[in-house]
Design a protein around this ligand. Structure first.
Ligand SMILES: [Zn+2]
Ligand SMILES: [Zn+2]
Length: 69
């Protein structure tokens, strides 16, 4: 699978690293944004959360869309 953004921007076929969880587009490392959702929580002082860290992978397009609105 090739990166959708690279193909759209410049017609280049770049091997995709991951798939955007929002739009489903395959994207390369340059067009991938990885968010860890546990970043907002304080860690330490013996307090542990039961939740596993969540990871979201978005393409640059969806990442920008979420930040703008
Ligand atoms: Zn790309
Ligand atoms: Zn996307």
């Amino acid at each position: 699978m090739n990166c959708y953004e690279c193909r759209k921007e410049s017609g280049v076929a770049t091997s995709a690293e991951a798939v955007c969880q929002r739009c489903g587009a395959a994207v390369c490392a340059d067009h991938l944004r990885v968010e860890k959702q546990e970043l907002h929580q304080q860690v330490g002082l013996g307090k542990r959360t039961q939740e596993l860290p969540a990871r979201r992978m978005l393409c640059t397009f969806c990442d920008g869309a979420e930040r703008s609105g």
